[in-house]
Design a protein around this ligand. Structure first.
Ligand SMILES: NC(=O)c1ccc[n+]([C@@H]2O[C@H](COP(=O)([O-])OP(=O)(O)OC[C@H]3O[C@@H](n4cnc5c(N)ncnc54)[C@H](O)[C@@H]3O)[C@@H](O)[C@H]2O)c1
Length: 282
């Protein structure tokens, strides 16, 4: 399949590093609103650069658009690509607004297109192995799942100096402004919901603990950098989709995960994965 990439920032290089392992995917071209970035990646990778998003979407040879833009652009770029008849894979979080998430999934469904979003760690060796253990009954009936994702004190690790292979700076101020819940909660919610079924309820707490991570002014200045939550699932797999009582980022993630649970039963470990536990790669 020929794919086109929108957004050539820091994470773009990680995707480019992965493509040699997937010869079934050919990068038709890329686009970024920052001309300096498209010039840099054209020089670094020799990729084709579309002059604008319209030109990218008008390329009939492109079947899938990979959306690697900043979070604020996810909705508009994804919607435009779906309207142009392209399948979409979008970086996380797909959007930060529940109504927008529902609109995009409805659009994809109406057009018979696949809309998928990171994280896809459900395909990793670790998660496939855990999933196999649950399916095989190796741990009996699960009563409790514990998940932890710790960013560590990244602000002490000089993220201002981090550069991708083609020279994009790590967008650390944007990361602080978005916060850990929107940026990272999905990494665990994906596999919790995939293996154990949709959430029934979520109780959470979040707070900004370190106010002076950078001298650069942040907008907003008080996005939580610590979140802890209790996710309660239906371990019999039956769904309860009422997320209306939740606030902040949790409903968006849960809606996406519940959707994944209903629409993508095929991501469950394959028979080959089950027989060769621990050796499955996506
Ligand atoms: N940086 C990481 O380590 C990392 C890891 C995993 C996932 N992600 C996710 O990947 C996405 C991108 O992150 P990043 O770190 O590469 O950010 P970035 O800021 O380095 O890059 C984003 C790029 O998108 C471009 N862009 C923004 N709006 C656009 C639009 N409307 N049309 C075309 N181009 C547009 C920007 O000019 C920029 O070059 C985010 O959703 C982020 O959460 C980042």
């Amino acid at each position: 399949m020929r794919i086109a990439i929108v957004g050539c920032g820091y994470v773009f290089d990680f995707y480019m590093a992965m493509f040699p392992s997937h010869p079934e995917l050919q990068v038709a071209g890329v686009h970024d609103i920052d001309a300096a970035r498209t010039a840099a990646v054209r020089q670094h990778y020799g990729v084709c650069v579309y002059p604008d998003l319209a030109a990218l979407l008008a390329d009939g040879s492109v079947g899938l658009v990979v959306n690697l833009t900043s979070i604020e652009s996810h909705f508009a770029v994804t919607k435009a690509a779906l309207e142009a008849g392209k399948h979409v894979y979008c970086e996380k979080p797909l959007v930060t607004d529940l109504a927008q998430a529902r609109e995009l999934f409805a659009l994809a469904e109406a057009k018979g297109l696949v809309l998928a979003a990171a994280p896809s760690n459900v395909f990793s060796d670790t998660v496939q192995t855990m999933w196999k253990a649950v399916l095989d009954g190796a741990i009996g009936a699960p009563l409790l799942a514990y998940a932890e994702f710790d960013d560590n004190p990244i602000y002490l690790m000089q993220p201002e100096m981090w550069r991708s292979a083609s020279g994009a700076p790590w967008p650390y101020t944007h990361e602080y402004e978005s916060g850990c819940t929107l940026e990272h909660a999905g990494y665990h919610l994906v596999w919790l919901c995939a293996i154990l079924g949709p959430a029934v309820s979520v109780t959470g707490f979040s707070k900004m603990l370190v106010a002076d991570k950078t001298d650069v002014p942040l907008h907003p200045a008080d996005t939580p950098d610590f979140t802890v939550g209790v996710w309660v699932g239906n371990f019999d797999g039956s769904a309860m989709r009422d997320v209306s009582g939740l606030s902040g980022a949790a409903p968006v993630w849960l809606e996406l995960m519940n959707y994944l649970n209903q629409k993508w039963p095929s991501v469950k470990p394959t028979s080959s994965a089950r027989s060769s536990c621990g050796s499955t790669r996506c």
